[in-house]
Design a protein around this ligand. Structure first.
Ligand SMILES: Nc1ncnc2c1ncn2[C@@H]1O[C@H](COP(=O)(O)OP(=O)(O)OP(=O)(O)O)[C@@H](O)[C@H]1O
Ligand SMILES: [Mg+2]
Length: 257
Protein backbone atom coordinates (compact mmCIF):
# COMPACT_ATOMS: atom_id res chain seq x y z
CA UNK A 1 0.00 0.00 0.00
CA UNK A 2 1.30 3.44 -0.93
CA UNK A 3 1.87 6.15 1.62
CA UNK A 4 -0.88 8.70 1.42
CA UNK A 5 0.04 11.71 -0.66
CA UNK A 6 0.12 15.17 0.80
CA UNK A 7 -2.76 17.17 -0.63
CA UNK A 8 -2.99 20.84 0.30
CA UNK A 9 -1.29 20.95 3.64
CA UNK A 10 -0.26 24.45 4.59
CA UNK A 11 2.70 25.72 6.57
CA UNK A 12 0.37 27.06 9.25
CA UNK A 13 0.73 25.14 12.50
CA UNK A 14 -2.46 24.31 14.35
CA UNK A 15 -0.61 22.48 17.13
CA UNK A 16 2.89 23.30 18.37
CA UNK A 17 4.50 21.34 21.18
CA UNK A 18 8.02 22.17 22.33
CA UNK A 19 10.09 20.56 25.07
CA UNK A 20 7.11 18.95 26.80
CA UNK A 21 7.76 17.00 30.01
CA UNK A 22 5.22 15.07 32.06
CA UNK A 23 5.80 12.76 35.00
CA UNK A 24 3.52 10.95 37.40
CA UNK A 25 5.29 10.64 40.74
CA UNK A 26 8.78 9.54 39.83
CA UNK A 27 7.67 7.96 36.57
CA UNK A 28 8.77 10.15 33.65
CA UNK A 29 6.36 9.62 30.77
CA UNK A 30 7.07 12.48 28.35
CA UNK A 31 10.70 13.62 28.28
CA UNK A 32 11.09 16.47 25.82
CA UNK A 33 8.34 16.01 23.26
CA UNK A 34 8.47 18.25 20.18
CA UNK A 35 5.60 17.94 17.73
CA UNK A 36 3.84 20.11 15.15
CA UNK A 37 0.56 19.54 13.36
CA UNK A 38 -0.01 21.53 10.19
CA UNK A 39 -3.32 22.80 8.86
CA UNK A 40 -5.16 20.00 7.00
CA UNK A 41 -2.55 17.41 7.86
CA UNK A 42 -3.21 13.93 9.23
CA UNK A 43 -0.40 13.04 11.61
CA UNK A 44 -0.19 9.48 12.93
CA UNK A 45 1.30 8.95 16.38
CA UNK A 46 2.70 5.49 17.02
CA UNK A 47 4.19 4.01 20.16
CA UNK A 48 4.08 1.01 22.42
CA UNK A 49 1.42 0.68 25.07
CA UNK A 50 2.13 2.91 28.07
CA UNK A 51 4.50 5.29 26.25
CA UNK A 52 2.27 8.32 26.89
CA UNK A 53 0.23 8.76 23.71
CA UNK A 54 -3.07 9.28 25.53
CA UNK A 55 -1.33 11.50 28.09
CA UNK A 56 -0.15 13.71 25.22
CA UNK A 57 -3.69 14.04 23.83
CA UNK A 58 -5.05 14.86 27.28
CA UNK A 59 -2.44 17.61 27.65
CA UNK A 60 -3.45 19.03 24.25
CA UNK A 61 -7.04 19.49 25.41
CA UNK A 62 -6.10 20.70 28.89
CA UNK A 63 -7.26 17.62 30.81
CA UNK A 64 -3.74 17.19 32.19
CA UNK A 65 -1.22 19.98 32.64
CA UNK A 66 2.37 19.84 31.44
CA UNK A 67 5.23 19.89 33.96
CA UNK A 68 7.40 21.84 31.55
CA UNK A 69 7.33 22.99 27.93
CA UNK A 70 5.14 24.86 25.49
CA UNK A 71 1.79 23.54 24.25
CA UNK A 72 0.01 25.72 21.70
CA UNK A 73 -3.27 24.68 20.11
CA UNK A 74 -4.85 26.96 17.50
CA UNK A 75 -2.52 29.73 18.64
CA UNK A 76 -3.34 29.46 22.35
CA UNK A 77 -1.17 28.18 25.18
CA UNK A 78 -3.54 25.59 26.64
CA UNK A 79 -1.96 25.70 30.10
CA UNK A 80 -2.10 29.49 30.36
CA UNK A 81 -5.67 30.34 29.32
CA UNK A 82 -8.73 30.73 31.51
CA UNK A 83 -11.18 27.88 32.01
CA UNK A 84 -13.72 29.71 29.85
CA UNK A 85 -11.16 30.07 27.02
CA UNK A 86 -10.28 26.40 27.42
CA UNK A 87 -13.92 25.39 27.01
CA UNK A 88 -14.16 27.53 23.87
CA UNK A 89 -10.99 25.96 22.53
CA UNK A 90 -12.33 22.46 23.19
CA UNK A 91 -15.27 23.20 20.90
CA UNK A 92 -12.76 23.60 18.07
CA UNK A 93 -10.81 20.47 19.00
CA UNK A 94 -12.84 17.30 18.70
CA UNK A 95 -11.39 14.41 20.62
CA UNK A 96 -12.61 10.88 20.73
CA UNK A 97 -11.31 9.07 23.79
CA UNK A 98 -9.82 5.65 23.53
CA UNK A 99 -12.79 4.00 25.23
CA UNK A 100 -15.43 6.64 24.63
CA UNK A 101 -18.79 5.01 24.72
CA UNK A 102 -22.13 6.18 23.45
CA UNK A 103 -24.92 6.67 25.96
CA UNK A 104 -26.66 3.31 25.92
CA UNK A 105 -30.04 4.63 27.01
CA UNK A 106 -30.22 7.17 24.18
CA UNK A 107 -30.90 6.63 20.49
CA UNK A 108 -28.25 7.47 17.90
CA UNK A 109 -30.09 10.74 17.23
CA UNK A 110 -30.13 11.68 20.90
CA UNK A 111 -26.44 10.79 21.27
CA UNK A 112 -25.62 13.20 18.45
CA UNK A 113 -27.94 15.96 19.64
CA UNK A 114 -26.39 15.91 23.09
CA UNK A 115 -23.11 17.82 22.47
CA UNK A 116 -24.87 20.24 20.16
CA UNK A 117 -27.71 21.16 22.49
CA UNK A 118 -25.31 21.46 25.43
CA UNK A 119 -22.90 23.77 23.60
CA UNK A 120 -25.03 25.74 21.17
CA UNK A 121 -28.23 26.56 22.96
CA UNK A 122 -29.53 28.98 20.35
CA UNK A 123 -30.10 26.43 17.62
CA UNK A 124 -33.65 25.73 16.52
CA UNK A 125 -35.01 22.18 16.45
CA UNK A 126 -34.77 22.21 12.65
CA UNK A 127 -31.12 23.28 12.74
CA UNK A 128 -30.32 20.54 15.24
CA UNK A 129 -32.05 17.92 13.06
CA UNK A 130 -30.19 19.12 10.01
CA UNK A 131 -26.81 18.98 11.78
CA UNK A 132 -27.50 15.48 13.11
CA UNK A 133 -28.53 14.19 9.70
CA UNK A 134 -25.55 15.83 8.00
CA UNK A 135 -22.91 14.15 10.20
CA UNK A 136 -24.69 10.84 10.28
CA UNK A 137 -24.86 10.88 6.50
CA UNK A 138 -21.15 11.77 6.40
CA UNK A 139 -20.32 8.57 8.31
CA UNK A 140 -22.77 6.56 6.19
CA UNK A 141 -25.22 5.69 8.96
CA UNK A 142 -28.30 7.78 8.35
CA UNK A 143 -30.42 4.63 8.47
CA UNK A 144 -29.49 4.01 12.12
CA UNK A 145 -30.79 7.34 13.38
CA UNK A 146 -33.54 5.88 15.55
CA UNK A 147 -31.63 2.81 16.71
CA UNK A 148 -30.13 2.19 20.13
CA UNK A 149 -26.31 1.79 20.43
CA UNK A 150 -26.80 -1.84 21.54
CA UNK A 151 -28.26 -2.59 18.11
CA UNK A 152 -25.12 -1.40 16.28
CA UNK A 153 -21.94 -3.27 15.40
CA UNK A 154 -18.60 -2.23 16.93
CA UNK A 155 -17.59 -0.47 13.72
CA UNK A 156 -20.92 1.36 13.50
CA UNK A 157 -20.56 2.52 17.10
CA UNK A 158 -17.11 3.92 16.28
CA UNK A 159 -18.61 5.76 13.32
CA UNK A 160 -21.36 7.27 15.44
CA UNK A 161 -18.66 8.28 17.95
CA UNK A 162 -16.78 10.07 15.16
CA UNK A 163 -20.02 11.73 14.00
CA UNK A 164 -20.65 12.93 17.55
CA UNK A 165 -17.22 14.59 17.56
CA UNK A 166 -17.77 16.10 14.10
CA UNK A 167 -21.11 17.65 14.93
CA UNK A 168 -19.47 20.68 16.57
CA UNK A 169 -17.49 21.25 13.35
CA UNK A 170 -14.05 21.10 14.95
CA UNK A 171 -10.94 22.41 13.17
CA UNK A 172 -8.80 19.74 14.78
CA UNK A 173 -9.66 16.06 15.34
CA UNK A 174 -7.83 13.89 17.84
CA UNK A 175 -8.48 10.19 17.33
CA UNK A 176 -7.23 7.92 20.12
CA UNK A 177 -7.00 4.40 18.65
CA UNK A 178 -9.99 4.63 16.32
CA UNK A 179 -9.57 1.07 15.04
CA UNK A 180 -8.83 -0.71 18.31
CA UNK A 181 -10.83 -3.89 18.71
CA UNK A 182 -12.18 -3.92 15.15
CA UNK A 183 -11.74 -6.64 12.53
CA UNK A 184 -9.38 -5.86 9.60
CA UNK A 185 -12.14 -5.03 7.12
CA UNK A 186 -13.89 -2.68 9.51
CA UNK A 187 -10.49 -1.09 10.24
CA UNK A 188 -10.16 -0.31 6.54
CA UNK A 189 -13.60 1.31 6.58
CA UNK A 190 -12.67 3.49 9.54
CA UNK A 191 -9.41 4.45 7.79
CA UNK A 192 -11.39 5.57 4.74
CA UNK A 193 -13.72 7.51 6.99
CA UNK A 194 -10.79 9.34 8.63
CA UNK A 195 -9.56 10.31 5.16
CA UNK A 196 -13.05 11.39 4.08
CA UNK A 197 -13.36 13.55 7.18
CA UNK A 198 -10.06 15.24 6.33
CA UNK A 199 -11.21 15.95 2.77
CA UNK A 200 -14.78 16.92 3.47
CA UNK A 201 -14.48 18.86 6.72
CA UNK A 202 -10.94 20.24 6.10
CA UNK A 203 -9.83 19.08 9.52
CA UNK A 204 -6.29 18.68 10.81
CA UNK A 205 -5.91 15.46 12.78
CA UNK A 206 -3.73 13.47 15.11
CA UNK A 207 -4.46 9.76 14.88
CA UNK A 208 -3.06 7.51 17.59
CA UNK A 209 -2.82 3.90 16.54
CA UNK A 210 -0.94 0.63 16.93
CA UNK A 211 -2.01 -0.42 13.48
CA UNK A 212 0.57 0.27 10.78
CA UNK A 213 -1.89 -0.42 7.97
CA UNK A 214 -3.99 2.37 9.43
CA UNK A 215 -0.88 4.54 9.84
CA UNK A 216 0.04 4.15 6.21
CA UNK A 217 -3.47 4.66 4.92
CA UNK A 218 -4.35 7.82 6.84
CA UNK A 219 -1.05 9.49 7.75
CA UNK A 220 0.49 12.27 5.72
CA UNK A 221 3.26 11.98 8.30
CA UNK A 222 4.14 9.57 11.07
CA UNK A 223 5.73 10.25 14.46
CA UNK A 224 6.94 7.50 16.75
CA UNK A 225 7.07 7.98 20.50
CA UNK A 226 10.20 6.25 21.84
CA UNK A 227 11.46 6.67 25.39
CA UNK A 228 9.40 9.79 26.00
CA UNK A 229 10.28 11.64 22.79
CA UNK A 230 9.40 11.71 19.11
CA UNK A 231 12.80 10.58 17.96
CA UNK A 232 11.52 9.47 14.59
CA UNK A 233 9.21 11.65 12.51
CA UNK A 234 8.59 11.84 8.79
CA UNK A 235 7.06 9.77 6.04
CA UNK A 236 6.31 6.15 6.73
CA UNK A 237 9.49 5.12 4.87
CA UNK A 238 11.64 7.64 6.75
CA UNK A 239 10.42 6.33 10.08
CA UNK A 240 10.66 2.63 9.33
CA UNK A 241 13.69 2.45 7.08
CA UNK A 242 15.97 1.90 10.07
CA UNK A 243 17.82 -0.76 11.96
CA UNK A 244 16.76 0.84 15.28
CA UNK A 245 15.92 -2.15 17.45
CA UNK A 246 13.10 -0.22 19.13
CA UNK A 247 11.37 0.39 15.79
CA UNK A 248 11.89 -2.81 13.82
CA UNK A 249 9.73 -5.09 16.00
CA UNK A 250 6.81 -2.74 15.42
CA UNK A 251 7.13 -3.12 11.68
CA UNK A 252 7.83 -6.84 11.75
CA UNK A 253 4.85 -7.55 13.97
CA UNK A 254 2.48 -5.71 11.64
CA UNK A 255 3.78 -6.86 8.27
CA UNK A 256 5.75 -10.07 8.67
CA UNK A 257 3.57 -12.74 10.19
N1 LIG B 1 -3.68 10.39 35.51
C1 LIG B 1 -2.63 9.57 35.65
N2 LIG B 1 -2.05 9.36 36.84
C2 LIG B 1 -0.98 8.55 36.98
N3 LIG B 1 -0.40 7.89 35.96
C3 LIG B 1 -0.93 8.06 34.74
C4 LIG B 1 -2.07 8.90 34.52
N4 LIG B 1 -2.37 8.87 33.20
C5 LIG B 1 -1.46 8.04 32.64
N5 LIG B 1 -0.60 7.56 33.54
C6 LIG B 1 0.53 6.67 33.26
O1 LIG B 1 1.28 7.21 32.19
C7 LIG B 1 1.76 6.17 31.32
C8 LIG B 1 1.31 6.47 29.90
O2 LIG B 1 -0.09 6.30 29.79
P1 LIG B 1 -0.91 6.48 28.43
O3 LIG B 1 -2.32 6.22 28.76
O4 LIG B 1 -0.58 7.79 27.82
O5 LIG B 1 -0.28 5.32 27.54
P2 LIG B 1 -0.60 5.04 26.00
O6 LIG B 1 0.67 5.27 25.24
O7 LIG B 1 -1.80 5.76 25.58
O8 LIG B 1 -0.86 3.45 26.04
P3 LIG B 1 -1.98 2.55 25.25
O9 LIG B 1 -1.36 2.31 23.90
O10 LIG B 1 -2.02 1.30 26.06
O11 LIG B 1 -3.25 3.30 25.22
C9 LIG B 1 1.19 4.88 31.89
O12 LIG B 1 2.19 4.24 32.62
C10 LIG B 1 0.06 5.30 32.79
O13 LIG B 1 -0.10 4.43 33.86
MG1 LIG C 1 -3.71 5.24 25.08
Amino acid sequence: MEQKKTTDIGQEKVIEVKGLYKSFGNYDVLKGVDLDLHRRENLVVLGKSGTGKSVLIKILVGLLSPDEGEVKVLGQHVDQISYKQLLDLRLKVGFSFQNSALYDSMTVRQNLEFPLVRNQRKLTKGEVNQAVERVLDAVGLLQTINQMPSELSGGQRKRVGIARTLILQPEVMLYDEPTAGLDPITCLEINSLINEVQERFHTSSIVITHDLTCAKAVGNRVAMLLDGKFERQGTFEEVFNTSDERVKPFYDYNFIQ
